[in-house]
Write a protein that binds this ligand. Sequence first.
Ligand code: YSA
Length: 236
Amino acid sequence: MENQETKGHLHPMTTAIREVSAIFSKMGYEMALGPELEEEFYNFDALNTPADHPSRDMQDTFWIKNNFPDHKKRLMRTQTSAMQIRYMQNHKPPFKIFVPGKVFRNEATDATHEAEFFQIEGLVVGKNISMADLKGSLEQFLKEYFGEDIKFRFRPSFFSFVEPGLEVDVWYRGKWMELLGAGLVHPNVFKSVGIDPTIWSGFAFGLGFDRFVMTKYGIDDIRHLYSGDLRFVNQF
Ligand code: YSA
């Protein structure tokens, strides 16, 4: 008979992404996927973050040093928000999408920071979409994923591609931990993809998904998730 100890199984992140995908599908979102090697235009410029914008410094970037034949600057995407632009260039509103994927940042690691981590982007575009829609959707999603008793808070924040912007923190191991950024899509973002911001409005969010998994399963260090240590992985 096969030994349970030696039988392969899904990595906890894979299982968690499948669970979350099911929740988003139930909420009417469609999945979209995009490239990890990204153009500067999609990761920054079209997101209302031109080269001289101070908020670029918030995401230390792995730039690709190759000289590409098309002379475009490329990078390892720092945020799944890049897919907002790719999707909106090719689809007419209304739509609701979620985009799971790896992102990369040139930063030191600690218990809640990795240099490669997982985000899930959400983008909803329609008519008369407001902050109430954004907050209601996030609250519904958080309660579906964590259960009704989850303790979280909204906080005002800034991202150049939204106005206004907010962040959500979760109560985790005796203190607040930032889980996600979100806001109402900035009119300049709509203009960059040819969507008329006087007709269409929308909200977007970017979840730090590793931190969701840490919170749900009580994992004390993000680095366990990528250590490949079977003593950790086999607990799931
Ligand atoms: C904001 C507004 C929108 O309309 C859409 C998306 C966003 C989020 C934005 N793109 C962004 O990346 N914001 S962020 O830098 O604050 O990261 C989002 C989340 O990723 C954080 O809240 C955190 O949960 C997680 N995160 C950030 N750096 C991390 C990390 N997780 C692990 N390791 C890191 N180094």
